[in-house]
Ligand binder design. Structure first.
Ligand code: ADP
Ligand code: MG
Ligand code: ZN
Length: 378
């Protein structure tokens, strides 16, 4: 029996803003615990949230870059649940009226182009962090992250393999980096993803029962976890069993998924519009201003490298794989105007040592590369 894999991703991108989403506290990472807090993000009675305009603007940028429809009126809702890292007892999120809906993203896997639907993107606040002591039976709560702005981007269940899921994730990562609305650091969780996966017999219309893999923080872990889960579900189905809907965690050391919690049929978050926040109104003027300020995205930049610098398509694609790499390339070209030679050097020498995402760590500045190439020519 042959099965088809169905995957949908929920991505959380932490917004690169100076202050939190509803108060003036700093979003800086790594400060001593509970030093970036105030009555608002601590959820004190009587305190009131005030929306950070930059977060809305980032949402508009993302919507414009993913062909999403922007809801001219959208609003915040309370998502109620109890957890020690959530002092208010609810998370301020968006529910029935998110900032963006009906978007899409084009991916390419093995030379095949494919469009993946984006269901919605909404603004919300992050929760705090629990730190579990390994020696003493104690847990600590750090509320510095509480109220950090997030964009949650939910895909349609259009992905058909772990490779497609990773391609989608890399594409989205590239967009938030190019827009510079998220630092994209997966290790510290600034860009993380939950993956929903199910299998169905080939030809069947109806989706199978899914499991959800929580909070994966590297492209490699997403790939490995989905491959594992694909195999696990296939074995169950071939055995005549049925998959149990569950929330799972990927354990990278043991190379397997582990149960986190069984999943109830439907959530009972008792969402309702947050009475402390007025609906967000976005007018055409605002959208057009943001559109005018959008930076050049990877695809446009690739086209420009091809048309203006005469680079072949594959080379232009490599050079625009990350914004940092494309910037680096252009900075070398600014000092040494021989795009072909510069691209050769970067694609062979530089990319042997650094991945496109790591180029900013290279301690050799672009102008030194330019000088080196000039010396070589002489
Ligand atoms: P929840 O809030 O419970 O996580 P959603 O309906 O918002 O549920 O779906 C979350 C994600 O799961 C979406 O990305 C969606 O595309 C994906 N998804 C939904 N059903 C399936 C399925 N049967 N198999 C794989 N992915 C699915
Ligand atoms: Mg989910
Ligand atoms: Zn605060």
């Amino acid at each position: 029996m042959e099965f088809e894999t169905v995957i949908g991703l929920e991505v959380h991108a932490q917004m690169k803003t100076k202050s939190k989403i509803f108060c003036g506290c700093s979003t800086e990472f790594g400060a001593p615990p509970n030093t970036h807090t105030c009555p608002v993000c601590l959820g004190m009675p009587g305190s009131l949230p005030v929306l950070n305009k930059q977060v809305v603007e980032n949402g508009i940028k993302l919507a414009l870059s993913t062909d999403s429809a922007i809801n001219r009126e959208n609003r915040f809702a309370r998502k109620n649940y109890f957890y020690p890292d959530l002092p208010k007892g609810y998370q301020i999120s968006q529910f029935e009226l998110p900032i963006a809906e009906h978007g899409r993203l084009e991916i390419e896997v093995n030379g095949q182009k494919k469009t993946i639907g984006i269901t919605r993107a909404h603004m919300e606040e992050d929760a705090g962090k629990l730190i579990h002591d390994e020696l003493e039976p104690k847990s600590y709560v750090d509320l510095n992250r509480t109220g950090t702005p997030l964009l949650e981007i939910v895909s349609e269940p259009d992905l058909r393999s772990p490779e497609e899921a990773v391609a989608y994730l890399k594409k989205l990562h590239g967009i938030v980096r190019y827009l510079d609305i998220c630092d994209g650091n997966m290790q510290v969780g600034s860009f993380r993803c939950d993956a929903n996966i199910s299998l169905r017999p080939k030809g069947q219309e109806e989706f199978g029962t899914r499991t959800e893999l929580k909070n994966m923080n590297s492209f490699r872990n997403v790939q490995l976890a989905l491959e594992y889960e694909e195999r696990r579900q296939r074995d169950i189905l071939l055995d005549g069993g049925s998959v149990t809907q569950a929330t799972l965690l990927w354990n990278p050391d043991a190379n397997r998924t582990e149960a986190m919690r069984g999943k109830e049929e439907a959530h009972d978050y008792r969402y309702f519009p947050d009475p402390d926040l007025v609906p967000v109104q976005i007018d055409e003027e605002w959208i057009e201003r943001v559109r005018g300020e959008l930076p050049e995205l990877a695809g446009e930049r690739q086209q420009r490298f091809m048309n203006e610098l005469g680079l072949p398509e594959d080379v232009a694609a490599i050079l625009t794989a990350s914004r940092d790499l494309a910037d680096y390339f252009e900075q070398v070209c600014a000092e040494y105007t021989n795009p072909k030679k510069v691209s050769n050097f970067i694609c062979t020498e530089l990319l042997r040592e650094f991945s496109p995402e790591q180029v900013s760590e290279c301690r050799m500045p672009p102008k030194h590369i330019a000088k080196l190439l000039m010396m070589e020519e002489k």
